[in-house]
Design a protein around this ligand. Structure first.
Ligand code: DX5
Ligand code: ZN
Length: 217
């Protein structure tokens, strides 16, 4: 299974070394961008990501947990080949943009993903599936690493898989939050193509853990 590393649970004073530690055993690096507003936590932004860009050849993706991705996505296109924004920003209390289409049209030259939080039903993004590369399913409330996987999202993955296959769309499904070998296997079974893990990959035998995740079929 395609596997990405979120550096959220790494030592932020040693981010470059942390990324290098994994070598090329990963498929991509997931950058958790938080604005202290959309989520109750604050991480890093373009200067840090641009600086880390030279540490690896692996693709970067930006997970924008920010209120206004319409304004900010451009800041990440230099270093991140995939940019993911949250569907919740189109609805109260945020409603910083009216509908995803204008933003999706504007986001040229990057792979596009739409994230949805655990309580949000798959129908909220179904309309946009033909226009995105990744349906990004959160299996924890966004903001922190080390939270517990919510099994209720498995049904959502299955529903998205069904829609994507029925319409013969190219969109992949990626799951983020509480991922370990066991929960990744459940996601795979439900129809996910990729996972992002942070705390699970931050200790122990990383190579073995990665090999386990990658071997899921
Ligand atoms: C949560 C982030 C996740 C997080 C995952 O807001 O979007 O990417 O880092 O951490 P784990 O794998 O520890 O749940
Ligand atoms: Zn994330």
């Amino acid at each position: 299974m395609e596997t990405g590393l979120s550096i959220l649970s790494s030592d932020f004073g040693k981010m470059a070394a942390e990324i290098k530690k994994y070598g090329t055993a990963l498929d991509f690096i997931h950058m958790d961008v938080m604005d202290g507003n959309f989520v109750p936590n604050l991480t890093f932004g373009p200067p840090v990501i641009d600086s880390l860009r030279k540490t690896t050849k692996l693709p970067f993706e930006a997970h924008l947990m920010v209120v206004n991705p319409g304004k900010q996505w451009k800041w990440y296109r230099k270093s991140c080949e995939r940019i993911i924004f949250h569907i919740e920003v189109f609805h109260p209390p945020w409603r910083t943009l009216s509908a995803p289409m204008a933003l999706l049209k504007e986001m040229k030259g990057v792979k596009k993903g739409i994230a949805l939080n655990p309580p949000v039903p798959p129908e909220k993004i179904e309309k946009w599936l033909p226009h995105i590369e990744t349906a990004f399913v959160m299996s924890v409330p966004p903001g922190f690493s080390g939270q517990k996987f919510d099994p209720k999202i498995l049904k959502k993955i299955a529903k998205l898989r069904k829609t994507i296959d029925a319409k013969k769309l190219k969109c992949r499904i990626c799951v983020d939050g509480g991922i370990n070998l066991e929960t990744a296997a459940l996601c795979r079974e439900a129809g996910a193509d990729a996972v992002v893990a942070s705390s699970y990959l931050s200790g122990g035998d990383i190579r073995k853990k990665l090999a386990g995740l990658k071997a899921l079929r």
